[in-house]
Design a protein around this ligand. Structure first.
Ligand code: NAD
Ligand code: ZN
Length: 351
């Protein structure tokens, strides 16, 4: 679990105070990885960069890759020759995952692709702080840093990936475009549905999952003032992440991973694209999802998989089939008796 968290409108202003006791000496900088959507925005002026600290703007146009993490590690090692005091990730799930992976890799040998999987990291990460600016993925609280690597899209799942500190300031999510707000918010909603309907469910996951689901329903089906919407979605994201921390996601995520691996479809959008076709697995969840989509007038692209070659479709299916813990959570240990490559190809062809 994240050992330290502060919450509240304006809490970003406390970042300087949080970092100060961590600073070992003036030459060990803090590296701020910041979503480049904030370039030229007032937030940049509020980042407490002092001494040799560096602000690195990163684009979230594409989701994080192992090559990007490895390049950042070399750049930091070459520039400073010593490990930084800490890494602060400021952005949506993409930048948060990048920050987590970077902090892990600065203290571990080899390339980040070597650590895609479960519990492969040997040494603790460099101190790292997460500051979400987009609510839904739960990356701020999870033990995974999802990366697209040479062979698969899979997280560095490790206790060392978890942030040492998180700053939850709902005001930072002002200005998120409406579609993006919906897609990433639905990522949270789908985390809850998959966790609450999974075979790995336990009282820990259930309590967080139910809370997150209630918050999502208030945000996406209720009539809340915007400020309250931002606050509640930020906490839904947190609880949704906590719920899957002790269970797993399911069918939508397995299929969505295949889609993003081959087509680069962003995670939240990919989940929405597949989830609406999954009423066989999640009837109530899909019905609620469709009402939320309708209420917010969100139209999703059609025919996304129409132009795929046989080879691409095969890769998509094999990436999805490879997500074994997700299938096992969704359907139990005998999942292979009902989930076949042909059946998965059928779902993709409908998207
Ligand atoms: P994102 O981080 O990819 O950002 C999406 C878009 O929103 C980008 O264009 C970004 O610049 C913009 N944006 C972010 N904050 C903004 C703000 N305040 N104002 C305006 N624009 C803003 O989106 P995401 O959905 O948060 O993250 C997706 C990534 O998270 C994927 O890589 C996915 O694999 C990962 N993920 C991780 C976990 C985990 O537990 N680690 C869980 C789910 C998803
Ligand atoms: Zn997700």
């Amino acid at each position: 679990m994240v050992p330290r968290v502060i919450y509240g409108t304006g809490s970003f202003s406390q970042l300087a105070d949080i970092l100060m006791p961590r600073r070992r000496h003036a030459d060990a900088p803090v590296i701020y990885l910041v979503d480049d959507v904030f370039e030229g925005k007032p937030l940049m002026g509020r980042i407490p960069a002092i001494f040799e600290d560096q602000i690195i703007l990163v684009s979230a146009a594409e989701e994080p890759k192992t090559t990007q993490v490895d390049a950042l590690v070399s750049r930091i090692r070459q520039t400073f020759g010593t490990n930084p005091t800490g890494i602060v990730g400021i952005g949506g799930g993409s930048v948060l995952d990048l920050a987590k992976a970077l902090a892990v890799m600065l203290n571990n040998e080899g390339g980040s692709a070597d650590y895609q999987g479960w519990d492969l990291v040997r040494h603790p990460a460099v101190y790292h702080v997460g500051v979400p600016t987009l609510s839904g993925t739960g990356s701020e609280v999870s033990r995974t840093a999802v990366l697209t690597g040479p062979e698969r899209k899979l997280g560095i799942n490790s206790d060392y990936s978890v942030f040492d500190q998180v700053v939850l300031d709902p005001d930072l999510t002002k200005g998120v475009p409406r579609e993006q707000w919906f897609y990433t918010g639905m990522d949270c909603f789908i985390h809850c549905v998959e966790s609450l309907n999974g075979t790995f469910l336990n009282a820990f996951s259930k309590s967080y999952g139910e809370m997150a689901l209630t918050l999502c329903e208030e945000v996406f089906l209720g009539e809340l003032p915007l400020q309250e919407q931002r606050e509640k979605l930020m906490m839904a994201s947190w609880h949704g992440g906590m719920s899957i921390a002790y269970s797993q996601v399911g069918v939508a995520h397995a299929l969505s991973y295949g889609l993003s691996y081959v087509l680069g479809t962003p995670h939240g959008l990919g989940n929405c694209l597949v989830f609406r076709h999954l009423s066989e697995f999640y009837p109530e969840g899909v019905e609620t999802f469709l009402s939320m989509q309708e209420k917010h007038g969100i139209s999703l692209p059609e025919g996304v998989c129409a132009g795929l070659s046989d080879e691409q479709l095969e890769t998509m299916v094999s990436v999805a089939m490879g997500m074994e813990p997700l299938w096992e959570n969704a359907l139990g240990p005998e999942w292979k008796s009902t989930i076949t490559p042909e059946r998965l190809a059928g779902y993709y062809q409908r998207i």
